[in-house]
Design a protein around this ligand. Structure first.
Ligand code: RIB
Ligand code: CA
Length: 318
């Protein structure tokens, strides 16, 4: 019997790993990607919007609408963008997938409010860039938060960071937005943080498999992950390329690849620890009240098998 596919929206800042998350979602027969929303992050808003449009076109899905979102964080400041994936957000390869696909006229925040409120408890929302669009939608509509079926966030980190010793980029870029989203009373929230997404970084063997597969898409992924690998090698002598956002979609396809713990999660909005996520397992310090699921570990081999199986129909030995 054919199970109905799960409807999702991806709010993102493509970005190599955002692009890979979109590609994985488009290859899963469990997922029905209804729309993509853009936000400033891995690049300025024009860059992330253009990359989102071109990724959809690359995958032959020009029919999926893309809505342009927020250029600045809730404090009206432009967050510093990440240059880890090259100036064009895709490691210098954005221009290899130019298309004529156009963004929608409606802005992302209005779209999110309208679509999710008219499909109550039907849509899983992925927030894999700064949380600005989602926080604005929550501020705009009192019903919005309760109408989200499930929210999966790539953001935060337990005891680590990539913008400071304690802050991950997406939460750091708009900490007020992350705080408001986490405290909005959304029924089902999963946070996948940097402490776990670091573990699925693409290593040289996995990247070599992409080259060996030798399809247009495998070559594209091989190319856009080069800059991340080079940067990691220069900065910390690690020959791996970041894949953070991909884990949100992989987890959604097969939750058994991760271990989950209930937690109370909040975000430090200012000061020396700006963007730090506080992950209180079982709500130990919060009267045992939890507001989210925290992804605590990932089975890396299962993740890679899922990634290659879904996108290339290849089982791999790792
Ligand atoms: O810290 C990792 C996050 O920041 C990911 O969403 C990645 O795309 C980068 O923007
Ligand atoms: Ca991202």
């Amino acid at each position: 019997m054919n199970k109905e596919r799960e409807k999702i929206i991806i709010d993102c800042d493509p970005g190599t790993d955002d692009a890979l998350a979109i590609i994985l979602a488009l290859h899963s027969d469990k997922i029905d990607l209804k729309a993509v929303c853009s936000v400033t992050g891995n690049g300025a808003l024009d860059t992330t919007t253009k990359n989102g449009l071109n990724i959809l076109a690359l995958c032959g899905r020009k029919d999926i609408p893309l809505y342009r979102g927020s250029a600045v964080a809730l404090d009206q400041k432009q967050p510093a963008t990440v240059s880890a994936f090259g100036d064009d957000g895709l490691g210098g390869y954005a221009d290899t997938i130019l298309s004529d696909k156009k963004e929608e006229e409606q802005n992302a925040v209005d779209f999110l409010v309208e679509y999710i409120n008219s499909h109550p408890k039907e849509i899983t929302l992925f927030a894999i860039g700064p949380c600005t669009n989602v926080a604005k939608a929550i501020r705009k509509s009192p019903e919005f938060a309760k109408n989200i079926k499930k929210l999966v966030i790539m953001g935060g980190a337990k005891y680590t960071g990539n913008m400071s010793p304690v802050a991950e980029y997406n939460f750091w870029a708009d900490p007020q937005a992350a705080h408001e989203v986490l405290q909005a009373g959304i029924e089902d929230v999963t946070m996948i943080g940097l402490d776990v997404t670091n573990k699925i970084a693409l290593n040289c063997e996995m990247r070599e498999i992409l080259r060996l597969l030798d399809t247009d898409l495998s070559r594209f992924i091989y190319n856009i992950t080069k800059e991340g690998l080079d940067d990691n090698w220069k900065a910390r002598r690690k020959a791996v390329s970041p894949m953070h956002d991909v884990l949100t979609v992989a987890y959604f396809i097969d939750p058994s690849i991760v271990e989950i713990k209930p937690a109370f999660i909040d975000v430090v909005t200012d000061g020396i620890a700006k963007g730090q996520s506080i992950v209180d397992i079982n709500g130990h310090w919060n009267n045992n009240i939890c507001n989210a699921k925290y992804v605590a570990t990932v089975d890396v081999n299962k993740f890679y098998n899922l990634f290659f199986k879904e996108i290339f129909n290849e089982g791999i030995n790792c």
